[in-house]
Design a protein around this ligand. Structure first.
Ligand SMILES: [Zn+2]
Length: 308
């Protein structure tokens, strides 16, 4: 029996080495990957793409804040949209939702979260999917994101901003100053963007900022709702030009009936910006996507489908 043992060991060793050879043969580049991951990772697309994420629905109880009456609107609900722009030179997140992913657990069905702002204002927001899960579904995680561009500082646009503290933040000085002032503006939830204080930050000084340098992704200063409020203009190769509104309008009826909300930073500036943007839409032929327009947003293709 003892004489058989070495032969058994040799056989076992041969089997083990064969397995090892098989394993290394099937994943020859494993050692060269910097971040092996069980989930699929997105490749940089060869051309521009726009993904629309569902970041919830706000149930508005008081329409008078928007200078509207219930009978004047098709629905009182507001959609909350977040966007991912992917470009051969990088990625950009536009707006970060109304409720932080860390504050709730998706169940697979829509559920309503109660949001309490620091000044005791309260909102109900219905959510189905987390922003992180929607990003992961198309192969991205927050550290993959090159740029963060919030339309403005209100709570329903900043909820997951801290997730993107590793990105370069594209913001105007007056907006950033207000966000980190000793007394932050109303309708903000400063804890949701506190980590941006130390982010790599590009202060936008021109009215138009060309994000990737080829004229396809432009952040346009559109002040009034907040001092550094910005809209996003995209020149999509197949869809054509699109202007993503931020809160230049919330309800389409604000545009149709010429109403300005009561909580603008500067209502006169909002009116002037609306006139300038109308002229820009006419000049470019761009579609206007009102981010909070519930019925229009419902018709948009949602991620993982995309506009290109
Ligand atoms: Zn908003």
């Amino acid at each position: 029996m003892q004489r058989n043992t070495p032969r058994f060991l040799i056989a076992a060793l041969v089997v083990a080495l064969s397995f090892a050879a098989l394993v290394f043969a099937t994943v020859p580049r494993a050692a060269g990957q910097t971040e092996p991951s069980p989930t699929r990772r997105a490749q940089s697309p060869r051309s521009l793409r726009l993904y629309v994420f569902d970041c919830g629905t706000i149930h508005v109880a008081d329409l008078s804040r928007f200078s509207l009456k219930p009978e004047e609107v098709a629905t009182t609900d507001l959609s909350v949209a977040c966007f991912l722009v992917t470009h051969p030179k990088g990625t950009l997140i536009r707006d970060a939702g109304a409720v932080p992913d860390s504050a709730w657990k998706p169940t697979g069905a829509a559920g309503t979260q109660h949001v309490m702002l620091p000044d005791s204002q309260q909102r109900d927001v219905t959510l189905s999917k987390s922003l992180s899960a929607q990003l992961a579904e198309v192969g991205y995680s927050p550290p993959d994101i090159t740029y963060l561009a919030l339309s403005h500082y209100h709570y329903d646009h900043t909820a997951n901003a801290n997730l993107f503290a590793g990105a370069t933040w594209l913001v105007r000085q007056e907006e950033r100053d207000a966000m980190f002032a000793e007394k932050p503006p109303v309708n903000t939830q400063p804890s949701t963007y506190a980590a941006l204080r130390n982010s790599k930050t590009l202060i936008l000084k021109t009215d138009d900022h060309d994000v990737f340098g080829d004229g396809t992704v432009i952040i346009k200063w559109a002040p009034g709702h907040t001092p550094g409020h910005q809209v996003l203009y995209l020149k999509l190769p197949r869809t054509g030009p699109v202007l993503v509104s931020g809160d230049l309008y919330h309800y389409p009826e604000e545009r149709a009936l010429d109403r300005v909300p009561t909580f603008e930073f500067n209502p006169a500036q909002t009116r002037a910006t609306r006139v300038a943007i109308d002229a820009f839409l006419k000049k470019t032929g761009a579609q206007l996507w009102i981010q909070h327009d519930f019925l229009a947003n419902a018709k948009l293709k949602k991620s993982p489908r995309y506009y290109d």
